[in-house]
Design a protein around this ligand. Structure first.
Ligand SMILES: CC(C)[C@H](C(=O)O)[C@@H](O)C(=O)O
Ligand code: SF4
Length: 778
């Protein structure tokens, strides 16, 4: 291996990263080995198609584990006969069947709909012990960050990268920055990991962790159970981070012991000795550090359409009129209009229509136990039209049923459903009706997330359960439990201003700079001279990108999430094309009297911008949220070739390059002063990639340098395919695999050790026994 880890104190992230370096390129990019790849039906069809088209096999099906979760109905499976008859929506059915065909063809272990082990993709790995400390874990899904709870480097990838991992078991990566969030002291009773993570996101903003891997540390984090740690790391993606991590400790090891895929005997001992080295060293350097007092946190919920719109339950809906920053004020006004709330309304007075307890954030056994304690002995309020509990996996469901939790929920008027993603994003029939307001334990409250014009408020399972009983949001600390074993809580702290303050100022951590250019030499010695003519086609069919002169469409929004770029209903395709119609669907179309789509006056519907190939976005964090590569596919299908914005969601940024799209980061003031005025007038901009400049239509330079990593520039200019490049490094990959067999032998036993069919009575119980509290004091 051509890589020696740097000397001196290192962070947890640095250590895990360094253990996986297969090769370091002179341009500063790394080839990382991937230990665990979990896959689902939505983001894989195009990846398998790519493998087939190029005649490439799956390199390590033993490092891969598949499940179905997003599309499947959550109706009872008692009468399940086949996917054909059970899944009524044709496009959902096709995606599931395509996955089934692909896993069979490539011999990948798969938890299908008849399996008790089936569940949300981020539930099944930990349950089986597939996720081991220090592993690299990827999935075509943004909440892969969940697995950072085990001290793993775990992150979401796009479909092109899924294909890359299937073919090579590696990924090309650049180093992220290190951020530490220290939560000192204890959390107060009634405050859960969900409140903590919402609080953090409210504080640093959804772009706060951009370019960083966040390590959560401190007493309050150490006190959390493994399940609560998973909820924290799960939502580090909502804080904009590449990944979240927590150092493995005794709780981690306890949780792992005895799970089906966890090594035993000498391998366990060897693994344990190694896992104990996985922590940030004394003196390790963090690029950003945030310190939070655990006891100051109050149960927290969201009021708006971004996870950063979080406030203590004791607060009122914020008033945009009191906000100085005009961009932030505009965002807040839009959010309030969408969510249908008046400024200054006390959060606890807001009535709701529906309740959803589920998702990869909060549908584990502890979540269900805590929520069941709340509803035990009560019935949902009269104004609640529907309350559902959707366990995260078949095993959680079985465990809950063994404990009688299903009966408690059913008596209280909840529906008890089968495992899946369900109303978290509503790719299956579980959606809200337009205008309905939902208390949800999920992770995203974006516009249209739970159905067109749906209104989502994020909160902990106990808060959602209490809201179901009261019919409006309540402070769980004041809730009168009927269950005798329920926690006794007194309100020990008063509402704090800190979140309200952050919400108004839209604080976030300054954008980390790209550090690639500082490292190593520039590998690019053969860049063709600047030209305004684009070459027809590159070696792999991806168009080389040299320069682009086009009308630029202005978009005056921040935190444009990938759900807004392409809503869920368009994710059911198994192709990369045909997505133009779905681009910004909720903004570009409204229904006419006959229920047909009618164009709105959204900028891309208006002349001359409907021909724009450049998008100029004034707000931060474009493309945040889900990892769906359908977002760049849809932009490309529409004709957009480049997006200029102050900052981007990490996964989206990455996905653009895989599709020949050029995302350019430019400081907000430059965009506002130099680019937007031209875009608004319908003028043209010229982007010159080799020179890294932007000019106006007359050739006057407006931006004399924009940053882009050398490697990415090289690939774009030459239209190069990453997989082809990586496969040329085959000898490095095989060499790493040889070393891995010995040095990291405890990671070797992968998904192929699973028993099929599973022994229900055994499997049903092993994984779910350890912790039964949300956090220690609860
Ligand atoms: C479908 C998938 C790409 C997506 C994600 O990446 O997060 C989904 O899980 C979501 O929550 O929006
Ligand atoms: S965030 Fe929701 S849709 Fe995405 S994986 Fe988790 S449960 Fe499924």
């Amino acid at each position: 291996m051509s890589f020696t880890p740097p000397k001196g104190p290192r962070t947890l992230y640095d250590k895990v990263f360094d253990h996986h370096v297969v090769h370091k390129d002179d341009n500063g990019s790394y080839l990382l080995y991937i230990d665990r790849h979990i896959i689902h039906e939505v983001t894989t069809p195009q990846a398998f198609e790519g493998l087939k088209d190029n005649g490439r096999p799956v390199r390590r099906s033993d490092c891969t584990l598949a499940t179905v979760d997003h599309n499947i109905p959550t109706d009872s499976r008692k009468n399940f006969k086949s996917v054909d008859t059970f899944i009524k929506q044709a496009d959902s059915r096709l995606q599931v069947k395509t996955l089934e065909k692909n896993v069979a063809e490539h011999d990948i272990p798969y938890f299908g709909m008849t399996e008790i082990r089936q569940g949300i993709v981020h539930m099944i790995g930990p349950e089986q012990g597939f996720i081991l400390p220090g592993c690299t874990v990827v999935c075509g899904d943004s909440h892969t960050s969940t697995h950072g709870a085990f001290g793993c480097l775990a992150f979401g990838i796009g479909t092109s990268e899924v294909e890359h991992v299937l073919a090579t078991q590696t990924l090309i990566q650049t180093r992220s920055k290190n951020m530490r969030i220290l939560v000192n002291g204890k959390l107060s009773p009634g405050v859960t990991s969900k409140d903590l993570i919402l609080h953090i996101i409210g504080l640093i903003g959804t772009a706060g962790g951009t370019g960083c891997v966040i390590e959560f540390a401190g007493e309050a984090i150490e006190d959390l159970s493994m399940e609560a740690r998973m909820s924290m790391c799960n939502m580090s993606i909502e804080a904009g981070a590449r990944a979240g991590m927590i150092k493995p400790d005794e709780k981690t090891f306890e949780y792992l012991k005895g799970r089906p895929l966890v090594p035993t005997g000498a391998e366990w001992e060897k693994g344990l000795a190694f896992w104990k080295t996985l922590h940030s060293d004394e003196g390790a350097k963090f690029d950003h550090e945030i310190v939070i007092k655990g006891s100051a946190i109050i149960p927290t919920i969201t009021w708006g359409t971004s996870p950063q719109d979080a406030l203590p339950i004791t607060a009122s809906v914020p008033d945009p009129a009191k906000v100085e920053d005009p961009i932030r004020r505009g965002d807040m006004e839009r959010a309030l209009q969408y969510i249908g709330l008046e400024p200054n309304t006390p959060l606890q007075s807001i009535k709701i229509d529906k309740v959803f307890i589920g998702s990869c954030t909060n549908a584990r056994i502890e979540d269900l136990r805590a929520a069941a304690k709340v509803v035990d002995g009560y019935h949902i309020a009269d104004n609640i039209m529907r309350a559902m509990v959707v366990p995260g996996s078949g095993l959680v469901k079985a465990q809950a049923e063994d404990e009688g939790l299903d009966q408690i929920f059913l008596r209280a008027g909840f529906e008890w459903r089968e495992a899946g993603c369900s109303m978290c994003l509503g790719m299956n029939p579980d959606i809200l009706q337009p205008g309905e307001r939902c208390a949800s334990t999920s992770n995203r409250n974006f516009e249209g997330r739970q159905g067109p014009r749906s209104r989502t408020h994020l909160m902990s399972p106990v808060m959602a359960a209490a809201a179901a009983i009261a019919g409006h949001f309540v402070d769980i600390r004041e809730f009168k439990y009927k269950d005798k074993t329920a926690p006794k809580i007194s309100i020990s702290n008063e509402a704090q201003d800190v979140l309200a303050d952050a919400a108004a100022k839209h604080k976030h951590i300054e954008q980390p700079e790209d550090d690639l250019s500082e490292e190593g030499e520039d590998m690019i010695d053969d860049i063709p001279p600047s030209t305004t003519t684009r070459v027809a086609s590159g070696p792999t069919g991806m168009k080389p990108f040299l320069s682009l002169c086009s009308i630029a469409a202005p978009l005056d929004k921040s935190n444009v999430d990938t759900d807004a770029i392409i809503p869920k209903q368009f994710l059911k395709t198994i192709k990369r094309t045909g997505l133009k119609v779905g681009l910004f669907y909720e903004w570009r179309f409204k229904k006419d009297a006959q229920g047909k789509d009618e164009e709105t006056d959204f900028v891309l519907n208006v002349e001359p911008w409907r021909h724009a190939e450049i998008l100029v976005v004034t707000g931060n964090n474009f493309g945040c949220g889900s990892s769906r590569e359908h977002a760049p596919w849809a932009l490309k299908d529409f004709g957009i070739q480049s997006i200029i914005a102050p900052s981007f969601g990490d996964i989206f940024y990455n996905n653009c390059f895989k599709n020949g799209l050029l995302p350019i980061r430019i400081p907000q003031n430059v965009i506002l002063e130099k680019l937007t005025p031209i875009a608004k007038k319908g003028g043209k901009l010229t982007i010159d990639l080799p020179d890294q400049t932007i000019s106006d239509g007359e050739g006057n330079v407006l931006v004399d340098h924009f940053d882009i990593e050398d490697y990415r520039k090289h690939c774009l200019i030459h239209g190069l395919d990453d997989i082809g490049i990586t496969l040329q490094k085959e000898s490095f990959i095989s060499k790493y695999e040889e070393v891995r067999k010995d040095k990291y032998s405890f990671w070797e036993g992968g998904s192929k050790l699973l028993k099929f069919p599973c022994d229900l009575s055994l499997e049903k119980r092993t994984p779910l026994t350890t912790y039964d509290v949300v956090h220690q004091d609860w």
